[in-house]
Design a binder for this molecule. Sequence first.
Ligand SMILES: [Zn+2]
Length: 402
Amino acid sequence: MTDRLYYNDSFLREFDARVAACEPADHRWRVRLERTAFYPTSGGQPFDVGTLNDVNVLEVLDDEHDEVIHITERPLKVGEEVHGVIDWTRRFDHMQQHTAQHLLSAAFLELFQFQTVSFHLGRDISTIDLATPSVVPRHLEETERRVNEIIFGDRPIRIRYGTAADLAAEGIRKKLDREGTLRVVEIEGFDRQPCGGTHLSRTGQTGMLLIRRCEKQKQNWRIEFVAGFRALAAARSDLALLRSAAEQIGCGMTEVPQMLTKIQEERRTSQRETKRLTERLADLEAAELLANKAQRSHDGANAIVSAIFEDASASYLAMLAAKLVTNLNVRTILASRSANAIVLAQSAGLDGDMGALLRELLAKVSGKGGGSKVFAQGSMSGSSTADKIVDALTHSLISAIS
Ligand SMILES: [Zn+2]
């Protein structure tokens, strides 16, 4: 069995060891050492990376025989003595997050009897899942405060060994059902937790813990947190975001929320105003088109209004068409060059099918659209076709009514 040096010294960054085995696997090598300080993925904590002599260690895992397997880029000679170096930035970050997790889980239990059911240490954020029906902001604030109190107290963290019975007698956070000697991480006067992970030696090294988010996950609540350098990075990026928002709005950082409320109110007001004015414009434009631009049948009973706008939106065309056909015996064809849109409509009670007419014509110019007997709309493939389509439709309508 591999001698796991990190069990007793999680601050060991370099070590020497003999290569016990090296086998090819999938263009990589599986290297076993007699002893190692490399941590294999387990208990929620990801593996270490680093080097063995000048060979990169890409991944580290536990195999089924309880051996640590180093996945390397190149082979190493069996029997050879190698020098291992752990990527310390990555490892120390993992230690900060993992110790923070023990603190967080212990504080939730101490204050509110919320049990932690799982832990994930991610690349950017870490999470624990709590078995509880509800978590409210007060729980988060009080727990965060309690954890940071323990961090600032700079309590020693020790590794202890014992059987399940010994440990149960002393009091332990998690129920134990494993045989033999167990490893326990003890935070003085605060928490004892069975764990095989690498931990800090004092709580102060955690720096600070920040709870970032909380959301319901099936029957549990998931808490996102960052600690150590990640907390520093999170605070820094929050500040940068807030500063950028404040600059864009043109106010101080503390005024961002009330400025956003004000901007939203202004936007709602101007949307209402735009809608009112658009309706009014459409009323006037409909009356003007009908009075001055309509083509009439010989008896004057039927009117056709066709118009092409340079820059109307599709919704404005629809609004205008709807207003035109509230009059009796009106058929209308409206198009917009900027929106490549076309709308056909007719007053209720008239013969003919606007939807069918539009589909038939658009098919010839590779446009898309459709609608009902009284109202149809579509989009044309290019503005240059607007004149042709409107012309063709107008002619076919005129011949239908004359
Ligand atoms: Zn742990």
